[in-house]
Design a protein around this ligand. Sequence first.
Ligand code: DAH
Length: 339
Amino acid sequence: MKEKLRAIRENALKQIENSDALEKLNEVRVNFLGKKGELTSVLKSMKDVAPEDRPMVGQLVNETREAIEKILEETKKKLEAAAREAQLKSEVIDVTLPAKKNNVGHRHPNTIAQEEVERIFIGMGYEVMEGPEVEYDLYNFEKLNIPANHPAKDEQDTFYINKEIVLRTQTSPVQARVMEQGKLPIRMIAPGRVFRADEVDATHSPSFHQIEGLVIDKNVTFADLKGTLEVFVKELFGEATKIKFRPHHFPFTEPSAEVDVSCFKCGGKGCRFCKGEGWIEILGCGMVHPHVLEMCGIDPEEYSGFAFGVGLERIALLKYEIDDMRLLYENDIRFLKQF
Ligand code: DAH
């Protein structure tokens, strides 16, 4: 038995010495100390040893195991250190190499224009609100005084999800949603995406953006609307900008107007930019129709208000003198970087 143990021990030590990789070392461990290992099988044959010899043999087996384990552990540490050394050598980092440039993105002209408009109205005490892009026909049309057979419905080439649900054609439905909440007074703008089945060209896109404005309070008059929009355009296009209201019709406002600003490029003389007109149309507006107030649960005898809707792309194109709307959607970094 003694002889056998010594042979196992020598054999194990020799194999450990010859192990040049951690995997091999592990194999040796399993071969000698594992469940079916050589040393374990000696332990199993203890029943053949005479009872009086068992303590002595048991001690020998333990000593052999400890000796093998000790050498295994030492060799493992050495191999691990060598492996780490080799890895460090192979992964040399050249700290003198120039760093990779990090390409930071850029705000889109639409975003810049929207934030500018928000800044102006927040400064006048307005709240910025939102409404859904997928909207009920009820809010997009009916509650804005545009019933099923109204000709105004015809002008907006609507994407229908089904008979009752549309992709909103304007941000005006947010007006009805906010009024319905019943919290008065209201001073809000609602920027967002709108959709119409338009062909793509230099001034049209099936998806574009509007910013809606709504004020409801006691004693709000057309004078308040004029004053507000005048402040707005002067902040946006410069102090010298003049403003002109042209009578117009929108179903949800009465009276209604379209607003032109004096061309900030030529100051009103007429140039290529304003197509010789001296004026540029920028938005629609008016006093909220009493019937719309009623439909949204507000007493038109007590409250009045004004609303306006402006195209965001329109503002971005004018402000940055971009002559084709399609450039805004191509997302060519070289283009976007200029603003
Ligand atoms: N929603 C209108 C459009 O898309 C724009 C508009 C006009 C909004 C007059 C208004 C308004 O709030 O009062 O053409």
